[in-house]
Write a protein that binds this ligand. Sequence first.
Ligand code: ARG
Length: 577
Amino acid sequence: MNIKEILSAKVSQAMVAAGLPEDTNPAISLSNRPQFGDYQANGVMGAAKKLKTNPRELATKVVENLNLDGIAEKIELAGPGFINIHLDKAWLAANLNQISSDEKIGVAQRATPQTVVVDYSAPNLAKEMHVGHLRSTIIGDAVVRALEFRGDKVIRQNHMGDWGTQFGMLLAHLSDKLAENEVAETALADLENFYREAKVRFDDEEGFADRARDYVVKLQSGDAQCGRLWQQFIDISISHSEEIYAKLNVSLTREDIMGESAYNDDLNNVIDELMAKEIAVEDQGAKVVFIDEMANKDGEPSVFIVQKSGGGFLYATTDLSACRYRSGKLNADRIIIFTDARQALHFKQVEIVARKAGFLPEQVGYQHCPFGMMMGDDGKPFKTRTGGTIKLAELLDEAVVRASDLIKEKNPEISEDDLATISQKVGIGAVKFADLSKNRTSDYIFNWKTMLSFEGATAPYLQYAYSRIQSIFTKAGSSHALGEIKVVEAQEKALALKLLQLEDVLDAVISECTPNLLCNYLYELASLYMSFYEACPILKEGISEEVKASRLALCQLIANTLKQGLDILGIEVMERM
Ligand code: ARG
């Protein structure tokens, strides 16, 4: 159900009937003030300019040919040629009733689903997951769920950093610990610490760096004992990430892991092909692609190293191989990658080279979606007080504790069990919503107080709106009947318009990978519900059964939409809080 599309088709028809070319854009948009109708068609002005004709006259002709019987109650011409459309309340009500009984609440399933490969989360296994991976993980997961809800086929790819020279020093250090009879799980309980210890030895201890390098060579040449050690390390580190995924209610599983190491065997082929096609050239012993398309202002091409002079491969080489795998083996129609903005240049280079090499056919979309940084209250990158990286697990635990304090304060009688479940959902929800609701590409300030507030665009506010609706049903009792929805009052009409926009909003989320649009939408929906609740009594004495049943049904639809919308964001609701 997409009102914009319906109106676009109708206005287009009228434009053609009025003599305009078939491809004229009707430019349908939501009106920002009720006196201008609910939707506007603003395309006449542009068309008139092209034809050098009077826009007002042209608009009159379009309106004469515009048949919105049963859809609009009024069509008005305004200003130089705006067409204001006031939708019919009965039509809105009929649509609401229809989507009420639809499992997907009116969001149509794609006629031709795309195969979308989404690369997100992708922590580096040598270390603990940090806040940058938090953003990648939750933004990626929200987009993935939106795509699936709309009916696309999604293939998750967790491109974990599980390979590279730093594993040499880590494995050397691990093997020493095991030799001292320590178990791997305890040794690797704190990855940050483990990494630090290994690094100190690498820098200071005689002979250790050589051993570390030796381990790298062994690992890359497929030495079995070294491979087992590596596997142990990787497994434990992955389970750290999995703990975080579980806390975050994120849909990634082990099956979605396709780490850097998985491409190892293909990297030689990638280089051979690039050389054979003369895309890469030898330069001071290294293999390099000079990218003229990205030349600087002095005309010097951008330099993209694909193999180091010692023969080692790079992050870049792996990403080229990944392009080929994803389009060739996974049959992707579209590839989406979420990382912080500092990698923008890298992915631009990867795309250009992969397209030239034929690893990424023209028709396959390649979209790097950068995001900004999470900042502390001081406006500087989010760090611990001593300047260390913040451990995600600890951050999430703190969120739950803070939510728990807040809820206990509001509801001192609450049972321990309820308190535990609710603070989990509220605390994690708050962190996620605060992040997802920001414009993806900007930096944002992480602030406990605002994210946990019950006012404003926050998870607690939305969760509260949901549980408030549930309490109406509890009050109404088990015998309450949901009736046919009637749209009568202004607040009901505003809700109707909002509820019927879900598909449109999801499409925008999906095309630009911007979950913040869904966050805004849900916040607006909850706010409209609050005004409706003030203005339109439901269970009050004197309200007719028919009105009561209609309003209860409207409440039900709002609750379903809030729940579904939050579910796409990976945020849970509760019956009471
Ligand atoms: N592991 C990388 C990092 O932490 C992100 C990987 C993103 N995906 C990719 N195909 N390069 O920055």
